[in-house]
Design a protein around this ligand. Structure first.
Ligand code: DUC
Ligand code: ZN
Ligand code: ZN
Length: 487
């Protein structure tokens, strides 16, 4: 067994920070020691295999991105990151676990869909990975399969109130699934947008010649999100099912979640970096020399980017401070402009929905610490500890404590990260950070006053000295327990 001592750093948890040395034995954390402790001998740094000097740096539990879509077939194409490229990029950014979505489509058996996802991921991941189950067709077979997922380590499933004809579930289907979830403790994850009403607006906008990406945001109005969020909360209330609303972007949807939580309901919300930093006006409405008004296609995702003038982004940061929103995932679903986003030239509704961010979540949220939006402890909580608790991984993941997996990030607050394409259009290096598979960077130009220094996954160094030391196949499948976050 290899032993590693991380010395001199400030260990940060969801509840506090302090100077401590972390001793790793093999794949797990053996001890968290006060500096200078002789409990385990007088010269620990001389007796371990490796010493990592974290002086002046933060030592935090590895990031957990609980919402990714590697290789997701969507919009007539498939998300461009494989489990190999996507988990490698995640590691570069200090994320040491992902929870991806296995997909069952209408007419397909849930366990066939799940088997296909195991096949895509097994042997290919640089970091550990788990699955939620998308139920795209809530039929008798699916309802029967839901409780059995728990034995497979899958304790959460997602339904869509959007995308009629693709993943859409109607209220009757949602009610039936939630009844099963209430009986078994499964977490219901909801894509909360009123899909049928949105489709009418899409049709009307296209008929008026409003075909640019900007109108994706107009069609998917905040009222569509608030209404669906409210309906999902009411169905969860009726059935007693715990509810987790994914990719919350509208301030009005947050208000629905907050009101339900104030009534003691097990209702939770996730947001994503794009809903904190990006907007309808600046990104969906962007115009470039290369793409004209189609530039905005880079940021077509659902739920959509919201209007800055309406104040959604500020409200979302506030919600993270007040715990009206509990955590931040990415909804990583990357598509290239060429051949993929371009499918929607002349018709915004044909642009595959998704943004690639799995590499940048930890940095982008750290910048929120720098700007005073959240505390250092809250950064750890919303990116690692709460995702672990929400989805039944806590103890093994999400914490630096004896017995936990040695998933550890050394983060340098004196470092700097420039995000953007690593080469320019002529192939010249830019010095920017980008390891995802897309041909553009949705976060081009973002500057972070901090830097991922060292990333350790189950005791193995994956990132160090600006180099990747990991390997496809190191990442193991995570069997998850039931949520540890319920009230
Ligand atoms: N939203 C996206 O932006 N992409 C994939 C699916 C989804 O719900
Ligand atoms: Zn969704
Ligand atoms: Zn998603």
């Amino acid at each position: 067994m290899t032993t590693t001592l991380i010395t001199g750093g400030t260990v940060v948890s969801a509840t506090g920070r302090g100077q401590a040395d972390v001793l790793v034995d093999g794949e797990t954390i053996f001890a968290v020691l006060s500096p200078g402790s002789t409990l385990l001998g007088h010269d620990l740094s001389g007796s371990v295999d490796t010493v990592i000097d974290a002086t002046g740096k933060y030592v935090i539990p590895g990031g957990i991105d609980a919402h990714t879509h590697m290789e997701l077939p969507f919009g007539g194409t498939a998300a461009i990151d494989t489990f190999e490229t996507g988990t490698r990029a995640a590691a570069w950014g200090g994320t040491t676990s992902i929870i991806d979505f296995a997909v069952q489509t209408a007419g397909q058996k849930v366990f066939d869909g799940l088997a296909a996802w195991h096949e895509k991921a097994a042997g290919n991941c640089a970091i550990d990975y788990g699955f939620h189950q998308i139920v795209g067709g809530v039929d008798a077979d699916a309802l029967d399969a839901l409780p059995k997922l728990i034995d497979e380590g899958i304790t959460s499933y997602k339904m869509f109130m959007a995308y009629p004809g693709v993943f859409y579930a109607d209220d009757a289907q949602i009610l039936r699934a939630m009844q099963v979830a209430a009986d078994t403790g499964l977490m219901t994850m909801m894509h909360a947008e009123n899909g049928p009403a949105i489709d009418v607006l899409v049709e009307q906008l296209l008929a008026q010649g409003k075909t640019d990406p900007y109108f994706h945001g107009v069609a998917r109005a905040w009222q569509m999100e608030e209404e669906a969020t409210h309906r999902a909360i009411m169905l969860a209330n009726l059935t007693g099912a715990p509810l987790y609303v994914v990719h919350v972007s509208a301030k009005q949807a947050v208000e629905q979640l907050a009101a339900a939580r104030d009534h003691g309901q097990n209702v939770f919300g996730e947001t994503c970096p794009q809903y904190l930093y990006l907007s309808l006006e600046e990104q969906l409405g962007a115009v470039s020399e290369k793409y004209g008004a189609f530039e905005g296609a880079k940021w077509v995702c659902s739920t959509p980017l919201r209007s800055k003038a309406e104040g959604h982004q500020d409200h979302m940061w506030q919600s993270l401070r007040t715990n009206d929103i509990q955590m931040v995932s990415t909804d990583h679903c990357p598509f290239c402009m060429k051949d993929q986003k371009e499918l929607g030239l002349g018709n915004f509704s044909k642009i595959p929905n998704g943004i690639g961010s799995v590499e940048h979540r930890m940095d982008l949220m750290y910048q929120g610490v720098v700007t005073g939006q959240i505390t250092l402890e809250r950064w750890v909580e919303i990116t690692s500890t709460t995702p672990a608790r929400m989805f039944g991984l806590y103890g093994k993941k999400g914490v630096i404590a004896p017995g936990a997996d040695a998933d550890i990030v050394v983060y340098d607050p004196n470092g700097h990260t420039s995000i953007g394409m690593d080469v320019d259009d002529d192939g010249n290096p830019t010095g920017k950070k980008h390891h995802m598979n897309m041909d553009h960077a949705a976060w081009e130009g973002f500057e972070i006053d901090g830097k991922v220094d060292t990333v350790i996954s189950r005791g193995s160094v994956v990132i160090q000295d600006d180099a990747y030391h990991g390997r496809a196949g190191h990442g193991q499948y995570l069997r998850r327990g039931l949520s540890q976050y319920l009230v």
